[in-house]
Structure formats: structure tokens, C-alpha cells
Design a protein around this ligand. Structure first.
Ligand code: PXP
Length: 250
């Protein structure tokens, strides 16, 4: 079974382009749920350039599914998350000025901040996930750090230009998914997934959740959020059906 968590950051990006109160990511999240989203994801950046603390608080109260909070592993963010208690926290790297998250968090040569953030969150019952590049060392480190899940960064696949490199990146993601699953980590994936490139990723049996934002919000502008989410779910369902996966719960 593969779940879809819809990232509504870019609804807030549109709001902040004018510094007004609309469109509201909270309303968008409710519509995404009506379209069949299994969860909602937001990235609270240190500079709150799109999602604000107010959004996270409201989403946590309003949505009926699961809230995933993406954040940099700092003590300050960890304290905020421990107070809010979302369903899951995904630890991501943050570089000031980046357009979007540029790659996985380095769990191998991590600093003291990561350990502090993990121990601050460990005492709450929040699921802890690390956004990592799909390689052996990062997955082993995630298991050693006691994380519950990894979200494999799919950027190298989604940005690869030709057929051969796309195939190679999918093989890398498959290997990383198998290893993470053997290490008893939940396997999630995301970044850059869209309606055209989703099939081979959604067909990796170990992946239990996809986190998708930009393409769904972009399509929602044209066809509405409910339909945009529904169409993505259909593609996920089809990919799983092709590999004979059990889709009854979807
Ligand atoms: N996963 C992580 C860790 C991210 O930072 C993002 C972007 O906010 C996504 C998934 C979603 O990526 P996209 O917006 O390209 O679907």
C-alpha cells in the first residue's frame, strides 16, 4: 500500500507573493483531503517564507488525516514540533536562499544539532523521518540514529534527462528502498514527482508513502485541488495494480 501526503507549501507561496491572507493552505489541505490525500505535509522554514507558524498550528487542529512537518534539525524547531505534536517530523537540510530542498540531509557527518533535535523529539510520540539521498551510508545512519522512517530524495531521478540515467536512478531507489526496509525503516519518497514521472517510483513495493507538492498544487490551479489529488492517486493506484500490489485499502 502506498499513501499520498500532499505538500501545500506552494499554496502559501502564492499567498506570500502578495502578502495577503489568501489562498489559505489550510483550506487547500481540507480540499486535498476531500480529494483523497492520506496526509498533509508542510515545510516550516526558519525564515517562514511560505508556511508560517500559524499555518502549522491550524493545520494540526483542522485536518482529519496526518500532518507531516518538514523542518531543519535545530533545537528551536524541535521544541516547536514537540509542542505541536504532528504525526510525523521529517528532518530536512536547509540552505538559505535555496529555491527548494536541494538534496538529502547528511546523517553520516551530522553535527551536534541533529542529535539534540532527535533526542528532543524522541520523548514525544512523533514519528521521526530523515530526508536522505538514496545511498547505503545514509540509510545505515538513519537506522543507527533510531529514526522510524526515511524519505528517499527522488531529485536525481526526477531531474535526469535521458532514459538510461532515469533507469539507473530508479535502480538506485529500488536498492535503497530494499535496504531501508530490511533495516525496518518505513520507506517514503519525494521531491520533483509529477504526473508524468510517478509510475516507476509508485511501483517500488517497499515505498509506503509519497510526498508530493509542486505538481499537485500546479495542477490544482487549473482543475481544482480535489481533482488534482484524485488524479495523482489514480496514477499511484495504477502503478501498484501493475505490480500486483494489494490496493484494497486505497
Ligand atoms: N519532500 C521534501 C523533503 C521536500 O522538501 C519537498 C519540497 O518541499 C517535497 C518532498 C515535495 O517536493 P515537490 O514540491 O517537488 O513535490
Amino acid at each position: 500500500m502506498c499513501l499520498l501526503s500532499v505538500n501545500v507549501d506552494h499554496v502559501a507561496t502564492l499567498r506570500e507573493a502578495r502578502g495577503v491572507s489568501y489562498p489559505d493552505p489550510v483550506r487547500a489541505a481540507v480540499l486535498a483531503e476531500l480529494g483523497g490525500a492520506h496526509g498533509i505535509t508542510v515545510h516550516l522554514r526558519g525564515d517562514q517564507r511560505h508556511i508560517k507558524i500559524r499555518d502549522v498550528r491550524l493545520l494540526n487542529e483542522v485536518i482529519q488525516t496526518r500532518l507531516t512537518l518538514e523542518m531543519e534539525p535545530t533545537e528551536e524547531m524541535a521544541a516547536f514540533a514537540a509542542g505541536i505534536r504532528p504525526y510525523m517530523v521529517t528532518l530536512v537540510p536547509e540552505r538559505p536562499g535555496e529555491v527548494s530542498t536541494e538534496g538529502g540531509l547528511d546523517l553520516v557527518s551530522h553535527g551536534a544539532n541533529l542529535s539534540l533535535a532527535i533526542s528532543a523529539l524522541r520523548d514525544s510520540d512523533i514519528l521521526l523521518c530523515g530526508f536522505v539521498d538514496p545511498n547505503v551510508d545514509q540509510i545505515q545512519a538513519a537506522a543507527q540514529l533510531g529514526l522510524d522512517a526515511v524519505e528517499l530524495c527522488t531529485t536525481r531521478y526526477t531531474e535526469s534527462g535521458d532514459r538510461d540515467s532515469r533507469k539507473e536512478e530508479i535502480e538506485t531507489l529500488k536498492g535503497a528502498s530494499r535496504l531501508a526496509s530490511r533495516r525496518e525503516l518505513l520507506v517514503h519518497a519525494g521531491h520533483g514527482i509529477n504526473y508524468e514521472n510517478i509510475n516507476p517510483i509508485a511501483a517500488i513495493p517497499e515505498i509506503s508513502e509519497l510526498s508530493i507538492g509542486h505538481s499537485i498544487v500546479g495542477r490544482a490551479v487549473l482543475v481544482g485541488m480535489e481533482r488534482a489529488v484524485h488524479e495523482m492517486r489514480e496514477l499511484m493506484w495504477k502503478a501498484r495494480a501493475e505490480i500486483g500490489s494489494d490496493n484494497r485499502l486505497l
